[in-house]
Ligand binder design. Structure first.
Ligand code: AMP
Ligand code: GLY
Length: 441
């Protein structure tokens, strides 16, 4: 039997631990550092995701067979290189490969060299701010808007969609003021129009094995209004990416990107996540991430029927071309994030969470019952002194439901959300509406 260590503490890591634990080969799952909900099912390990030495010592001491990395920071700082050096098995890209997320300029150059469809862009140097503002204004004139990006990791916050000169000036000012860190370059991108989708695939350096296409909901309010968050809900499969579109994404984006990584002698192993805009001219890349998405991983893991532990080992051993075709549950899954009032700004912590024991689904007595289910993945939660669950973050819970239809899965998710409560709870009420409208039209 095998043991696994998952690194991270969000809903993504809870979903990965939950899925890995279902493998008949896995009998023990540790999560570092984990959260309150994870602690009730698996074993939390109080080590920070960037303390590579302590993590490696723990893995050696417990003879853990595979380490799986959730967040971007340890990947960008080289945890995979560190583990590889001392011959510990780990699933994820190396430090150089993780630059496709950590350095947007690097990612854009690879896309350009590999002829991968993406928004037209120019890098603007910040030695002359007036020139950068002028260049941004030219984009607004030409494309009806400009997207201004801080090129390095900024916890999803370094992207400004600007439609006026004033917005562009303010964005450039924020970045030059050092809001995200130092840079002497920014990216100016054409404003793409269309619907967004998240496309994630397992990669072993050569072979690309896709998961189902998903759709995230980044803005905080219904109707995609308000500031961007890490993601307020997701569903899969997203009908905007039909089979034809999946083939195009694989052929025009995923495979060429992996070939390009080989070409520059970096190579890519782990999960490759393409954030896409599905435009009238086809799929275009908004960004690449070097990790699983959150919350996308929650609906994706409940739909995946194949053994995640086997898939990850095959990726580590470069034999993804030898595994069986991935199997998925029929139907759809929806995750609705329950957040703390104030997120993505400041919010209070330590609120008592009630109703988690009441999670259930109504059986209809039809054969469809076997396709229905619900599970709550924890993100910002901790255990109180009496073992009760308290809020401990912006995104608190991911209520994840699945059913034969997308509207059915959405219904189960919201029925169960109504049973859960904490002081200041906030959630979007329209997760998956876009997909439902598309299916009905
Ligand atoms: P990113 O972190 O680069 O994915 O950007 C965050 C969000 O900004 C995306 O999910 C999009 O909603 C938006 N965005 C980024 N780049 C563009 C673009 N070129 N055109 C339109 N929207 C964009
Ligand atoms: N849900 C967006 C991300 O994980 O980057």
């Amino acid at each position: 039997m095998a043991s696994v260590l998952v690194i991270g503490s969000g809903g993504r890591e809870h979903a990965l631990a939950w899925k890995l634990a279902q493998s008949p080969e896995v009998d023990k799952v540790y999560v570092a550092p984990g959260n309150g909900g994870i602690a009730t099912e698996f074993e939390n390990v109080p080590i920070k995701p960037t303390d590579f030495k302590a993590l490696a010592n723990f893995v050696e001491e417990k003879e853990i067979n595979l380490t799986v990395v959730g967040p971007d920071a340890p990947l960008a700082e080289g945890i995979v290189d560190y583990f590889n050096e001392i011959k510990l098995r780990i699933f994820g890209p190396t430090k150089n490969a993780a630059q496709i997320e950590a350095d947007k300029y690097f990612a854009k150059k690879l896309m350009l060299d590999g002829h991968i469809p993406t928004a037209f862009y120019v890098p603007a140097r910040l030695d002359s701010i007036d020139v950068a503002i002028e260049a941004a204004y030219n984009f607004i004139e030409q494309f009806g808007g400009v997207v201004i990006k801080y090129p390095y990791l900024a916890a999803g916050k370094g992207v400004y969609v600007c439609k006026t000169r004033c917005e562009a000036e303010n964005a450039i000012k924020d970045i030059t003021d050092g809001k995200f860190g130092k840079t002497n370059i920014i990216l100016l991108e054409e404003l793409l129009k269309g619907e967004e989708a998240s496309f994630l695939a397992f990669v072993d350096g050569e072979t690309v094995v896709p998961l189902l296409p998903a759709q995230d909901h980044k803005p905080i309010y219904d109707g995609d209004k308000g500031p961007n968050t890490g993601g307020m809900g997701a569903y899969a499969p997203a009908p905007i990416v039909d089979e034809e579109m999946q083939k195009r994404i694989m052929k025009e984006i995923m495979k060429p990107m992996i070939d390009e990584m080989k070409e520059v002698e970096i190579g890519y192993k782990g999960v490759l996540y393409a954030g896409l805009m599905i435009t009238e001219d086809g799929p275009k890349v908004l960004e690449f991430n070097c990790r699983f998405g959150d919350p996308e991983t929650q609906p994706l893991m409940v739909l995946l029927e194949s053994d995640l532990y086997n898939i990850m080992n095959a990726a580590v051993d470069r034999r993804l071309n030898k595994i069986d075709k991935l199997k998925f549950k029929p139907g759809y899954a929806v995750t609705v994030v329950m957040a703390s009032q104030g997120y993505p700004g400041s919010y209070e912590k330590g609120k008592l969470i009630t109703g988690l024991n009441e999670i259930s689904i109504k059986q209809t007595g039809t054969p469809f019952d076997k396709y229905r289910g619900v599970n709550v993945f924890h993100a910002g939660t901790k255990l109180g002194e009496e073992g009760n669950l308290l809020t401990n973050g912006g995104r608190v819970l991911g209520v994840t439901a699945w059913d034969a239809t997308l509207s059915g899965a959405q219904g189960i998710a919201y029925d169960n959300i109504a049973k859960i409560n904490f002081d200041g709870v906030f959630y979007r009420t329209d997760i998956a509406d876009k997909g439902i409208r598309r299916i009905r039209s």
